[in-house]
Structures are given as structure tokens and as C-alpha cells.
Write a protein that binds this ligand. Sequence first.
Ligand SMILES: NC(=O)c1ccc[n+]([C@@H]2O[C@H](COP(=O)([O-])OP(=O)(O)OC[C@H]3O[C@@H](n4cnc5c(N)ncnc54)[C@H](OP(=O)(O)O)[C@@H]3O)[C@@H](O)[C@H]2O)c1
Length: 341
Amino acid sequence: MKAAVIHEFGEPEVFRYEDVTTPEPAAGEVLVKVAACGVNHYDLYLRMGAVFTDLQFPHILGADISGTIADVGPDVSGWSEGDRVIVAPGYTIDPVDWDVRPENRAPSFEVTGTHTWGGNADYIRMPARFVLRDETKLPPVEVAALPLCLMTAVHAVETLGEVKSGTRVLVQAGASGSGNACVQVARALGARVASTVGSEAKRETAAQAGAELVINYNVEPFADVLLDWTDGVGVDVVIDNVGASVFEDNLKALRVGGIFVNFGLVGGMKATINFKELFFRQPQLRGSFMGSMDELRRGLDMLATGKVKAVIDKTFAMQDIAQAHAYIASRAVRGKVVLIP
Ligand SMILES: NC(=O)c1ccc[n+]([C@@H]2O[C@H](COP(=O)([O-])OP(=O)(O)OC[C@H]3O[C@@H](n4cnc5c(N)ncnc54)[C@H](OP(=O)(O)O)[C@@H]3O)[C@@H](O)[C@H]2O)c1
């Protein structure tokens, strides 16, 4: 099969589109023919060696996969060649963890394509239990744009953020892939959503996702705007995928006892915390990583019923993956970038 392979960490130029042996499904596994594969910012970190340095080369990235069953290994039932599927964007790679719930707190839970080969290829081999039937009836490109962000959004916004009807929530970077999904999920839950963007070109993307207040945080001090929006009280929940650069202002924008959920670090990994603020203002600091299969199913139900939509900025042919990564790194993306093998 053809695949976008990396043989070393580095800039987008490290990708080589080349022939590799098509994997064969072992017992309990299926082979999925990849129809489309979304790109996540996480893929850029993996490619650069920024989060894990122990990947085995050659390696194939890619977590967001829609496709069809191409082959079925021994001891697998219920799947036939041609069935439309969605591959779990994260799963417990060690079978000893298969009964751990929630799955995303198991030691071996990781994003698909981290220590196993991902979907930047014609085919991917997966444990059958981590493949879902695609009942969305949407084009494969749209389906591949969302599983990782939806799983993340349901976990961060609904489960950890406890967002419900009427909650006032700030979602950072509402035009980013993950931020956009969080705005949509929060709106689907009936929340009142404010969001930030880094340029005027992105304002409409966040608004269309359902943000009633969109703040360009490079122009206005977003915490002050949010305090005005909430009559000085602060928002109930902050959903943050940016990290250090906005941490202090995130806490300033949060009401006393509000919930702060972080799942990203594009704006830096390390911030300082003022303990006086922590104990007087009692923010509930919650770290969020991906989500469970049930949360993924819940997100996919929202997609299938039109409560959330795929927002696709650009598609690229798989052999142009280096351009796709460079485009995401440029910070210009509104919504998602999807690769087509
Ligand atoms: N833990 C999880 O489960 C999980 C799941 C999904 C994503 N994430 C994390 O969430 C973050 C965003 O991921 P994504 O896939 O949504 O990314 P993306 O679609 O590439 O969007 C990233 C956006 O972040 C904003 N940003 C703010 N400060 C930035 C900076 N200093 N440099 C670059 N961009 C900056 C930019 O939007 P503006 O121009 O509007 O500021 C940029 O477009 C990443 O850290 C990713 O690893 C984590």
C-alpha cells in the first residue's frame, strides 16, 4: 500500500509517500481501507518529536479515520467487507487495559497513530472492538473531520465541564479544530457560549459554530470583555485548548468556584499559579485527555443528527501531507484539514 511515512522527527519535509507492506489483520482485528483521514495539531507534535521521543521508525501518523472494512481477521464477527466504519481516534493499545473504564484513564490509552500505525495510508489494522459502524450517512471526508475533536469535546465540555442548558462558557480558539467542536457541543447542550479567535478572518467560523460572543484576543483583553458580558461575575466554565499564554486571564474570566478544563497547549506548556487566587476564588482545575468510547458515540450521534457539523477548511491528497501540516502550523486554519489517500 501507499503511505505517508516518517523515518525521523522533523519539519513537514520528513514525510515520504512510499510503498509499505499492507498490514494483515491478526485475531480479533480488522483491516480498514482508509477513505479519509483528518489531521490534528497532535500529529504535528508527534512528527516533531515534541510529545514522544520513543516512536519506532518507520512510522505512520493519523488518528481520525473513516473508511470501509477490507478484511477481517480470525475470531471477528459482525463485520463484512465494504461495511462503512469509523476508527476510534484513541484507544487502549494494551489488551490488559481493555476492561478499564473510562478508557482514557487507562495507562495504555493513547491517540491512534501514536505507538501503532495510524491512518495516513491506504489501510490501517485495528482491534475490531475499536472500530464503530459509520451510521452518519455523511461523506467520508466529513466523517473523518471530527471523531478526535468530538470525543474530546464531549469529555471536556459535558463530562468534565458539566456544561448544561444556560451555562455561560468560554471556549478558547473557537475557529480551531478542537475549539470549534467544543463550541458546537456546548451549544448542542443549550449553553451560552463565548469564544476567542486570533484574527478577524476567524470570527465568522466561531460565530457559525454557535458562539454568541466572539472576542479577538489579539485586539481586546478577553477577560475584561467576559466580565462585562457576565455583569462582573465571570463565566461558569472555561474550556481551554491554548494553555500557558491565556492561563492567567482564563482564571480572571472565571466566576468564583467555576470550572476550568484544559486539554491543549498551543500557547505554551508552563504557567505559574497564584495560590492566593486558587484558595480565595476556588477554581476547579481539570485536565482533560480525549474521552471514552461512549463519549465518542455520543459525539457521533450529535453529528449524525445534525446537532454538530464538520467544518472543513481544506482537503489535501495524502501525498501532499507535508503541505497539510505546514498549513496547520501557519495558524490560518478555520475548522479542519482532511487528507484523502
Ligand atoms: N487532550 C486532548 O484530548 C486534545 C484533543 C484535541 C486537541 N488537543 C490540543 O488542543 C490544541 C489545539 O488543537 P487543534 O487540533 O484544535 O489545533 P488547530 O486546529 O491547529 O488550531 C490551533 C489554534 O490555536 C490557536 N492558537 C493560540 N495560540 C497559538 C499559538 N501560540 N500558536 C499557534 N496557535 C495558537 C490558533 O487559533 P487563533 O489564531 O484563533 O488563536 C490556532 O489556529 C493542541 O494543543 C492539541 O494538542 C488536545
